[in-house]
Write a protein that binds this ligand. Sequence first.
Ligand SMILES: *Cc1c(COP(=O)(O)O)cnc(C)c1O
Length: 425
Amino acid sequence: MNVRGMTPAAVLRALSRARTGDAQWARGRTWSLVYHASDAHVDHLVEAYRLFYNENALSPPAFPSLARLAREVVTACAELVGGGARSAGSMTSGGTESILLAVKTHRDWFRARHRRAGRPEMVLPASAHPAFHKAAQYFDVTPVTVPLGADYRLDPAAVARAVTSRTALVVASAPSFPYGMVDPIPALGRIARRHGAGLHVDACLGGMFLPFMRRLGHDVPPFDFSVPGVTSISTDLHKYGFAPKGSSVLLFRNAAIGRFQAFAQDDWPGGAYESRGLLGTRPGGIIAAAWAALMLLGEEGYCALVRDTLTIRDQLMDGLRSAGFEILGQPDMAVFAFTSSRHDMFAVAAALERRGWWIDRLSQPASIHLVVTPNHTVAAGEFLRDLRAVAPGARTKAGRSAGRPRVGLYGVTTRPGSRGRRADR
Ligand SMILES: *Cc1c(COP(=O)(O)O)cnc(C)c1O
């Protein structure tokens, strides 16, 4: 190894220097990627992590504390989304792992019931997170993508046409990452039940937000286990749960389906090995810190953060409309995109980036994507001010479409022959 040991102070100095070119999330300059409640909250989570820094959740018998903490986290999340006494769940390393496991579990549940059905299929909306296509690739499930309706939601009639005897599961979002819309889950539940298929609701974004919105008296479309036909739900703690990155929960309505998630081997020379997730060794610190996040905030804390976030959302939406921009559809939460037929939206995005913002773009249609968090209290006004300043320079003749998509969500570009290259900006 060609590395000379450094002093701790030199290491920390080098790390601080390394961050200088990064997106300025602390000033609210990012609209995805970072979900920050407060500096004090993070300090507490780091302390919780430190206590369990060395513990390994691979072995519940060795660290029963982690098993108990994880169980309490899962129970709290299950209660939030209407999980009953027969529900089951586990903590995972993030939304992607929750989704990969949901697809794998439904595939194996399907195979157990249909021995000669051939390759299982998954019917999913065009707006579904790419993690579902990753799962399809990893686990040999055929993805059947259904276009969205004009309201940016999954159209149940189109789903009904796409479902076949090989459909292992239908996928819906609550809400979708690109548009912030909750799909019509009751209608999808009826279709799934009629065909004996599963219905996974991807509540990675909404699982720790929509239930509190409902408690605050807002209209929230039905999306959880209260809807017949929903067989599993993914809900991320590392988004609106304000827990550290690497924490999510996957829930099943019924443990009889959830058991297909598990892997076990008992003829290893090392003896029996068992694991429910994709990972082997799992950091105890993440479980402790995620548990700490739930306990620190509690119901009142989450309600207060949701209330603040919705206030900032309203400020942004009002400001955007009065500056001549248009919100795509009628988003259900605090995630949305805005566009304009009179502006080149990618030129607007580039101009905002020159002013220090990290901008996420959608390509269908050309628009700018915002995930609003409590960390945007100050940034929202600054964003609107900068937007009003750059907008006149990005005008197009009415009716002319805005530029070509260059950079996607998360700042990733796709070029011929290369998938998911990082943008050079
Ligand atoms: C974030 C997100 C995911 C994927 O989660 P990661 O935590 O990035 O792996 C999946 N679905 C939705 C709706 C999301 O918002």
